[in-house]
Design a binder for this molecule. Structure first.
Ligand code: SAM
Length: 224
C-alpha cells in the first residue's frame, strides 16, 4: 500500500488500485469496495466512474496538501465530490454546484447531508454571482459540466472565486463542444481560451481508456 498525500494506492490480488481514506467509516456511495488496512478504511476509487481518478491513473500531478476550499462545478450525484471530501478532510470545504434538481436531490441525501465538508449549491454555473453560500476565495476550481460553453463558464467562475496563482482542473468532453471537429482540435481550441484569459497550462491529460474523447487540463490562474 502506498500513500501519496491524500491519494492512496491499495494492492488487491496483486493489482494496485487508487483509493481514498473513507471519512464515513462503513458507508459507501456507489457500490465501491471498502478495504481495511493498518487501521484505515480505504474506499476504492473507480476511474470509470470518476474522471479525477482516471486523470491520476493517466499521470495527473496534483497535490491537495494546500487545498482547503474547492469550487466544484457539475457535482452531479457526488461520486467525485465524495472522494474529494475524503481527501480534504473535515477542515476543508467543497462548494458543489449542480443545476439539475433531480440529481442534486441525490447529492444532498447521499453526500452533503452526511459529509459536513460538502456544501451543495443548486444553481446554474452560468450565473456564478448567485452562489449565496460562498464567502471565501477558492484554492481550486474543478469543472466537469459537459456543456458547449463550459470553458467560458469555468473562466468566469475562476475570475470571481479563484485565488491568484491557484489551479483549475477542467474536464473537456470534446463531443459536448463540437462533434464535427477532431477531439484533438477541440482540446487545442479550449486550451487557447484558457491561455487568452491568463491561465498557464501545466498538464493536458487524455482520459482514455476510461473516458474516450475526454481530456483533463490542469492550469494556473495568473489573474487578469
Ligand atoms: N463531476 C461529476 C462526477 O465526476 O461525479 C459528473 C458530472 S456530469 C459529467 C455533468 C454534470 O453537470 C451534470 O450533473 C449536469 O446536470 C451538470 N451541469 C450541466 N450544466 C450545468 C450548469 N450550467 N450548471 C451547473 N451544473 C451543470
Amino acid at each position: 500500500m502506498k500513500n501519496e498525500d491524500a491519494i492512496s494506492y491499495v494492492t488487491i490480488n496483486g493489482k494496485e488500485q487508487i483509493a481514498t481514506i473513507n471519512l464515513l467509516k462503513g458507508i459507501t456511495l456507489y457500490g465501491e469496495k471498502l478495504i481495511s488496512r493498518n487501521g484505515n478504511e480505504y474506499r476504492i476509487w473507480d476511474p470509470f466512474r470518476s474522471k479525477l481518478a482516471a486523470a491520476y491513473i493517466r499521470g495527473l500531478e496534483f497535490d491537495f496538501s494546500n487545498v482547503a476550499n474547492i469550487l466544484y462545478l457539475g457535482a452531479s450525484t457526488g461520486t467525485t465530490v465524495s472522494h474529494l471530501s475524503d481527501i480534504i478532510g473535515i477542515s476543508g470545504r467543497i462548494f458543489a454546484v449542480e443545476s439539475s434538481t433531480r440529481v442534486a436531490r441525490e447529492l444532498i441525501s447521499n453526500v452533503s447531508s452526511k459529509r459536513t465538508n460538502v456544501i451543495p449549491i443548486i444553481e446554474d454555473a452560468r450565473k456564478p454571482r448567485n452562489y449565496f453560500s460562498i464567502y471565501d476565495k477558492m484554492d481550486l476550481v474543478y469543472c466537469d459540466i459537459a456543456q458547449p460553453d463550459q470553458t467560458s463558464i469555468a473562466i468566469e467562475n475562476c475570475k470571481i472565486y479563484l485565488k491568484e496563482r491557484k489551479p483549475i482542473l477542467l474536464v473537456i468532453k470534446t463531443r459536448s463542444i463540437d462533434v464535427t471537429m477532431s477531439p484533438k482540435d477541440v482540446i487545442s481550441q479550449e486550451i487557447k481560451k484558457l491561455e487568452n484569459n491568463s491561465f498557464e497550462i501545466k498538464q493536458k491529460i487524455d482520459l482514455a481508456p476510461f473516458d474516450k474523447d475526454h481530456a483533463m487540463i490542469k492550469a494556473i490562474f495568473r489573474a487578469r
